[in-house]
Write a protein that binds this ligand. Structure first.
Ligand code: TXA
Ligand code: MG
Length: 312
């Protein structure tokens, strides 16, 4: 590397994964593809490594991180998983589901990972690159989405560089993320009840996302995923102005279309790419077509509402 402040992007082949594992072992930061979004990984058992995540992202220290594990066995070294929680993990892992569970006293985790909470968010991701990396190291990986705090989440290597270039050691380029929105987060109570803290790709009928308390989901800030421009949601074609960057869905074509056929899964996978395009466009405003509030559309609308909320 001859230029200062440039982050290296490396293809996610065996050599790239070995290189990423070596950086992580010595406490560095690597952006890694998952099936949802790119994560900014560091070893979860090292206070120094975890501190670097907060610094690189500009993340408030009250916002805890998701700990990525290979499987339920590794998760159970960190958390107490009730039978109901284990059943849910068995159904959806590896996959885009994060479980918030009581932290074990002997869990080998840097305190900053949980931001002082008595619980840990754990997830076994499905993406082959992240899985290979977890196999190559003997510690779990703390990994928030690989973007500056508050900015648009990354579903491609270049999205990571848009806000973290020069701030992290490496990006492992594994192409575009298939799901495109962050994991569904479910919190289990001691009585076995559970609730959805963040809607995502795992959609459970009847499990409407709850209004969240500040203690329960410290990172679910009202303003998040922001492209840094005024944004209007549920805009019909007749209401579009010439200076709008239009994100379309179905028949509203737009400057970037989430899915011409109205496929919500495809729309989720394209959401952050369209927001990155909108942020980079010279057009000063963003208008978004209505997205049905069903299935993964609930997660899409959740992210859009936060992206449209100006910071305090
Ligand atoms: O799909 C995903 O979940 C991605 C990929 C990289 O795995 N990760 C991700 O991380 O979205 P992040 O940091 O952008 O969002 C994690 C969310 C935050 O809202 C945080 O507050 C919440 O998880 N969280 C973490 N630990 C928690 C805990 N113990 N209790 C409640 N919420 C927690
Ligand atoms: Mg995030």
């Amino acid at each position: 590397m001859t230029r200062k402040n440039v982050t290296e992007t490396v293809p996610a082949d065996a050599e790239g994964i070995a290189k990423a594992a070596a950086i992580l072992k010595r406490g560095g930061l690597v952006a890694v593809p998952t099936e949802t979004v790119y994560g900014l990984a560091a070893r979860a058992d090292s206070a120094e490594a975890v501190a670097k995540i907060y610094t690189a992202k500009g993340r408030p220290d009250f916002n805890p991180l998701i700990v990525h594990v290979s499987d339920l066995d590794q998760a159970r070294r960190l958390v107490d998983a009730s039978a109901a929680a284990q059943d849910m993990a068995a159904t959806h892992w590896p996959g885009p589901l994060t479980l918030v569970l009581p932290k074990r006293k002997d869990a080998s985790l840097a305190p900053a990972v949980t931001a002082g909470l008595p619980t840990v968010a754990v997830r076994a991701p499905a993406h082959s690159v992240m899985r290979a990396l977890l196999e190559a190291v003997d510690f779990p990986l703390a990994a928030p989405s690989a973007n500056r705090s508050g900015f648009i989440s990354p579903t491609a290597a270049e999205h990571v560089l848009a806000s973290l270039d020069g701030r992290i050691d490496m990006v492992l380029d594994g192409g575009v993320c298939a799901q495109g929105v962050e994991s569904t987060i479910v919190a289990f109570r001691e009585d076995g009840e559970w609730e959805v803290l963040r809607p995502g790709p795992i959609t459970t009928k009847g499990a409407a996302p709850h209004q969240l308390s500040s203690i329960e989901a410290p990172g679910q800030l009202a303003s998040h995923y922001s492209p840094g421009k005024a944004m209007r949601l549920n805009v019909e074609f007749s209401e579009v102005a010439p200076d709008d960057f239009v994100i379309g869905f179905g028949e509203v074509a737009g400057d970037c279309n989430l899915s011409e056929s109205g496929d919500l899964k495809l729309a989720a996978s394209r959401l952050y790419d369209c927001l990155h395009q909108a942020a980079a466009s010279p057009k000063p405003r963003i208008a978004i077509a209505p997205i049905p509030e069903e299935g993964i559309g609930v997660a899409i609308n959740d992210r859009l509402r936060r992206a449209a909320t100006p910071p305090d």
